[in-house]
Design a protein around this ligand. Sequence first.
Ligand SMILES: *Cc1c(COP(=O)(O)O)cnc(C)c1O
Length: 334
Amino acid sequence: MAVSSGTSALHLALRACECGPGDEVILPSLNFVAAANVVAHTGAVPVFCDVRGSHDLNLDPADVEARLTRRSKAILVLHYGGFPCDMDSVLDIATRHGLSVIEDAAHAPGASWRGRKCGTIGRVGCFSFFSNKNLPIGEGGMIVTDDADLAARIRLLRSHGMTTLTWDRHRGHAYTYDVTAQGFNCRLDETRAAIGIVQLGRLASANAARARIAARYRELLHHAGGIVLPFAEVQGTSSHHLAVVVLPSGVDRRRVQERLRQEGVQSSVHYPPIHRFSAYAGGSKGRRELPVTEALANRLLTLPLYPHMDEAQVGIVTGALLDALGAERAAESA
Ligand SMILES: *Cc1c(COP(=O)(O)O)cnc(C)c1O
């Protein structure tokens, strides 16, 4: 089902899985805030879990398990940066506790886990086609599921809860409609859908180009300047949405970013952990802490990565980063 954004994909997926007041949805705090916002919009409570460590920024299944309560309804999985999450462990927990698994595959179109495409492994998968994603069309998203009842609920919620579409009525297949749910307008328009079909044809080659650039980053930064490169050992195939490095602890990331900026290199942070935002800071009272996420939060840095980036540009970025870290060390010992 094509929808208007990745956020609306997640929202409709949660609603279709009947997440609502009284329920809890477990998701990593190291995530884009949209995931927590839409959980809250359903009336359910987002429960944040930890990630595995600097080697693997995906959720820690043992920590998910530790956060289960009788109110747990779903696990909202993120394939961080396009690197598949350990779905075997997640599915095992979900099966034992009767939970829905919703995959946030916004980073992961084309990625796969043990031969299965990310987004098709859980009960329902959600994609984003926003401008900065691997399959960009401006704004847009998609929900995939092999559960026909779930798909029917999503179609209903996508367009106002109406039982027939404008198109059906235009073709004379229907004259009126009933409204059987309080739905939304989360439709994708034809123009963007047409762009998406063309972009889909480019996805595999664009992901392959991303993989080559990511490999080059790994070559140039491996063991350099105290940097840790996550996901050295990946099970499955990544879509390489992000080039993330973990800076040495104690480094002033903001100063590093400023030095990069002066060299014309844009950088960003994926993500400021959700539980630290004002809107969510109160929510973790009485809950287990997130020590791994806390320890990593100020060390994550995302470097430029896009399919038409060339080797020289990768060299400029890594050179600027290593210079910035060298300057940090010099300032520290001065
Ligand atoms: C981009 C993104 C979303 C939201 O998608 P939009 O299309 O921007 O609404 C949700 N989750 C993650 C992990 C994302 O990267």
